[in-house]
Design a protein around this ligand. Structure first.
Ligand code: SF4
Ligand code: SF4
Length: 66
C-alpha cells in the first residue's frame, strides 16, 4: 500500500516532502519520489494522504498498482 509520484506531472516544487509523516518523500534524480516501502498512504496519521492534499498538480500523486 503506497502512492507514487508521476514523473511526467511533478514540477519538483518540494511541497510534499516536509508534510509526509513517515519521511517517505525525497528529491530523486528526475523529480520527487515516494519510498513504497515506508509510505502508509497516511492511514495512521491523517484522513487523507498529506502529499496529495498539498500537491498543486492534479493527478500527480497516484496509487501504486502492485
Ligand atoms: S501518502 Fe502519506 S505516507 Fe505516503 S508519501 Fe504521501 S504523505 Fe507520505
Ligand atoms: S507537491 Fe506534487 S509537484 Fe510538488 S514535488 Fe511533490 S509531487 Fe511534485
Amino acid at each position: 500500500m503506497a502512492l507514487f509520484i508521476d514523473e511526467a506531472e511533478c514540477i519538483s516544487c518540494g511541497d510534499c516532502e516536509p508534510v509526509c509523516p513517515t519521511n517517505s518523500i525525497t528529491e530523486g534524480v528526475i523529480v520527487f519520489e515516494i519510498d513504497k516501502k515506508t509510505c502508509t498512504e497516511c492511514q495512521e496519521d491523517f484522513d487523507e494522504p498529506e502529499c496529495v492534499r498539498v500537491c498543486p498538480i492534479d493527478n500527480c500523486i497516484l496509487p501504486l498498482e502492485s
